[in-house]
Write a protein that binds this ligand. Structure first.
Ligand SMILES: *Cc1c(COP(=O)(O)O)cnc(C)c1O
Length: 388
């Protein structure tokens, strides 16, 4: 059997045709496909604005800037995430801090957040922005986090890089009911792909306008945003310091084509997860707990080894699986333990739930094209790796 990756894109002939169509058209970038893809995502999420960019990292960066995050401000997020959820704060010159995770959902814990906010209020260092991350696609407790945002006056950027196609309280993740901006990633391992790519969605007209400027050099062709009337038809103005974070039409065509299969993909992930739940229920592992308020996008299926019940270490199990071509992974190394963050003053031991999770977690293969035979192979090799 060939290697079984932890995640893999699904590319159909329709996707190929969509990209080739752009290659043969007049515009490889800044043509009609970016707005088509944006509209498809906005319609799906039920938001008024969607801005495609070249990565979720870029979307996080300009979302922070659009919310006016600056030196002297604080951004808080979970340590159990990809580094980009925290780095976006540092890009803006702000300081970053973390809130430990809930031991059942592995998402940012609202109780820990409340305790930290109460202390920060006393110390006069409340965050300007909190970035909850919907880990594995499972939505955070957004109602509780939003209530705290109203009480303590911070803004919320949802990092939904794992979560497009999921739901929270029966509404699509990304509708921004509990946040200012939601960000998606379209990296190939994620739920839908544009190779590289991301999107920011929002219901706030002013924020959308700023995001639009920031993704393209701070340049506008809209006379309404200029300091004076245009000199002529060629005219544009740079009114902010922005970046070249645009998505190409090639990527957007792929994304728009993938969007038509989003619900099918997430349904397939749920089928695979249900089968894993069944196959793993008698093994010494903790399977992912699903909060009843959410319908996960199921980007990842993470098991936690019950190390007191097996004779192997976490590393041994991981290596044994890799040796048998089960290309497992680990999401995530707690961000505060990265050397760069250690150098900023963070200490191992500061966020014990995230560290405990890291010592036990393994992301086992999960992607729509996975076969039952591959899933059976994963289970067979996992039992073997744990020496059962
Ligand atoms: C993948 C990912 C990102 C970054 O996405 P890119 O599109 O690769 O920039 C950010 N946050 C989380 C939680 C991710 O999983």
């Amino acid at each position: 059997m060939s290697p079984i990756p932890y995640g893999r894109q699904d590319i159909t002939q329709d996707d190929v045709d969509a990209v080739v169509g752009v290659l043969q058209s007049d515009f490889l970038t800044q043509g009609p496909m970016v707005p088509v893809f944006e509209q498809a995502v906005a319609n799906y999420c039920g938001t008024t604005h969607a801005l495609a960019v070249n990565s979720a990292t870029s979307a996080l960066h300009i979302a922070c800037l659009a919310l006016d995050l600056r030196p002297g401000d604080w951004l808080w997020t979970t340590p159990n995430t990809f580094v980009a959820s925290a780095n976006c704060g540092l890009y803006c010159g702000a300081q970053v801090d973390f809130v430990d995770i809930d031991p059942r959902t592995y998402n940012l814990c609202p109780n820990a957040l409340e305790h930290k906010l109460v202390a920060a209020e006393k110390a006069g260092c409340l965050p300007k922005i909190v970035v909850p991350v919907h880990l594995c696609g499972q939505p955070c407790d957004m109602r509780a986090i939003h209530a705290l945002a109203l009480r303590f006056g911070f803004k919320i950027i949802e990092d939904a890089s794992h979560a497009i196609g999921g739901k929270y309280l029966d509404e699509p993740i990304g509708n921004c009911r509990f946040s200012s901006v939601t960000v998606f990633s379209f990296h190939p391992v994620k739920i839908i792909t544009t190779a590289e790519g991301g999107m920011a969605v929002t219901n706030d007209d002013k924020l959308a306008e700023r995001l639009g400027l920031l993704r393209s050099h701070g340049i506008t062709r809209n006379p309404g945003l200029m300091t004076k009337g245009p000199d002529g038809p060629w005219y544009y103005q740079q009114v902010a310091l922005g970046y070249n974070y645009r998505m190409t039409d090639l990527q957007a065509a792929l994304g728009a084509s993938q969007m038509t299969r989003l619900e099918h993909y997430v349904a397939r992930r749920h089928e695979i997860a249900r089968r894993y739940d069944e196959l793993l229920k008698d093994l010494p592992v903790t399977i992912p707990w699903q909060h009843p308020d959410g319908y996960s996008g199921l980007h990842l299926y993470v098991i936690r080894l019950q190390l007191d019940k097996i004779r192997k270490t976490h590393l041994q199990v991981f290596e044994a699986l890799r040796a048998k071509d089960i290309v497992v992974n680990l999401h995530y190394i707690p961000v505060h333990t990265q050397p760069y963050y250690q150098q900023l003053g963070f200490k191992v031991g500061q966020f014990p739930e995230a560290e405990r999770y890291y010592a036990e977690a393994i992301s086992i293969p999960m992607y729509p094209g996975m076969t039952q035979a591959q899933q059976d192979e994963v289970i067979y090799r996992l039992r073997e790796a744990m020496d059962l």
